[in-house]
Design a binder for this molecule. Structure first.
Ligand SMILES: [Zn+2]
Length: 201
């Protein structure tokens, strides 16, 4: 089963282009880099933008949970504490919740910056052919007992080699090999904002 990264349509077998939205799908592992990206400015389909910003954004998920729990609990406990005339030193408990909430907000800010950099690379990035440097199971992240694949790639921008990293939950990622050519889009003013083209699931 292969899923279109742009709109979520699922197909039984691998194909190069999505029938539903027309978006290019990642080429099979070991294959060439495939069709180059169209010239900028590129349109980013709404379901794909949501995925980049929220549903596939681990920092956003972690931040939303921390901020939600932290802020709501912190306010609730502080309110209850005030209502029952709690001694000031007992505010350490709710204080920790407020700190968690603050940490959550930092995660959310990081998530938004990361998503905006990636979307900018998709919309207006310069296209270049890079190559895969490393593929490994990223055990620092676990969701329902599963870890994603990290795909590290290198590309040349402004006379130097830049490293990028993509995440994939698709088992086919492990078949991708060092040296395999890939299309990369990067923001000319800040090549740290980059992405693979087509994006991986
Ligand atoms: Zn599609």
């Amino acid at each position: 089963m292969i899923e279109c990264t742009w709109c979520g349509s699922a197909y039984e077998k691998h194909q190069l282009r999505c029938d539903n939205c027309g978006g290019p799908l990642p080429p099979l592992p070991g294959a060439s880099a495939g069709e180059p990206p169209p010239p900028a400015p590129r349109t980013v389909p709404a379901p794909f933008e949501r995925r980049i910003r929220y549903t596939s954004n681990a920092s956003f998920m972690a931040g939303a949970i921390l901020a939600g729990v932290g802020v709501i609990q912190g306010i609730a406990f502080t309110g209850i504490g005030a209502a029952i005339h709690l001694k000031p030193f007992l505010y350490i408990g709710p204080g920790i919740f407020v700190l968690l909430g603050g940490l959550g907000l930092l995660f959310l800010r990081h998530a938004r910056r990361k998503a905006e950099g990636t979307l900018r690379a998709f919309r207006e990035g310069t296209a270049v052919v890079g190559e895969i440097a490393e593929v490994y199971s990223d055990t620092s992240i676990k969701v329902n007992g599963r870890s994603p694949w990290a795909i590290v790639y290198n590309f040349a921008a402004g006379g130097r080699t830049v490293e990028g990293k993509a995440q994939s939950w698709d088992a086919s990622a492990q078949d991708r090999r060092r040296g395999q050519p890939v299309h990369v889009l990067y923001v000319a003013a800040d090549p740290a904002q980059n992405t693979l083209w087509p994006p991986l699931k």
